[in-house]
Design a protein around this ligand. Structure first.
Ligand SMILES: N[C@@H](CCC(=O)N[C@@H](CS)C(=O)NCC(=O)O)C(=O)O
Length: 219
């Protein structure tokens, strides 16, 4: 059986998890924190989560894993058939990950981990994020799914990344960069009503609670 390695607080882990759930591919979860230890690097060469354990062989990078899942388990597709429409899904994912999530990630130490972001970082992130959000607004369709009429990997990515972009900017700047973008809220609500997304989010909440309890115990 496939094993998804990582932990359920990670948005990239949850992106793959929700794709597996939506596709109905059986899998187990293997709890592993990010690390630079050899045991982790053997599974995920950058020490990042998630990775997929194929029974001795491993794959890293969430989008690579999604592409593999689509090739290996085409029965319930999460890409449209048409080549250009497939490219549109990948275009949206790239904009969300490279130009929104990865940019907002620079705020996470301050937003979530008790650190601080310098004024320079905050200014640069604000500027770069504005471009990412503009690109996303230009490309996203919400018909009702991000890339069109059917659920795709773009929704698996949007469902886990957009709430973090919203929350981190709300905490650090006092305003959510997606707040004035009316379609986002009902879209995320619709996604989160799907059983697969609900299950993924339940797992995320439990993992956050477990992490907080472990931290409190450590003192
Ligand atoms: N591009 C990677 C990003 C994965 C990623 O950044 N995961 C975070 C957790 S959400 C991580 O492992 N961080 C630890 C690190 O960067 O060393 C993917 O799509 O899988």
């Amino acid at each position: 059986m496939l094993k998804l390695g990582g932990f359920a607080v990670s948005n990239y882990y949850n992106k793959v998890k929700v794709a597996l759930l939506e596709k109905g591919v059986p899998f187990e979860e293997e709890f592993r924190m990010t690390s630079q230890e050899s045991e982790m690097l053997a599974r995920s060469p950058m020490g990042k989560v998630p990775y997929l354990d194929l029974g001795g062989q491993h794959l890293c990078e969430s989008q690579v894993i999604c592409e593999y899942l689509e090739d290996k388990y085409p029965e319930k597709p999460l890409y449209p058939k048409d080549a250009l429409e497939r490219a549109r899904v990948r275009e949206l994912i790239t904009v969300m990950e490279l130009h929104m999530e990865l940019v907002a990630r620079r705020l996470y130490p301050q937003a979530f981990f008790g650190g601080t972001a310098s004024d320079e970082t905050k200014k640069q992130v604000e500027k770069d994020l504005a471009k990412g959000v503009r690109a996303f607004k230009q490309l996203a369709k919400f018909l009702p799914f991000a890339a069109g009429a059917s659920l795709s990997y773009a929704d698996c990515a949007a469902g886990v990344h957009l709430p973090l972009v919203s929350l981190s900017t709300k905490i650090v700047y006092g305003g959510d960069v997606l707040d004035d973008y009316a379609p986002v809220r009902p879209y995320l609500k619709m996604l989160n009503e799907r059983p697969a997304f609900r299950k993924m989010n339940d797992g995320r909440k439990l993992a956050i609670e477990a992490m907080a309890a472990a931290k409190a115990k450590k003192g």
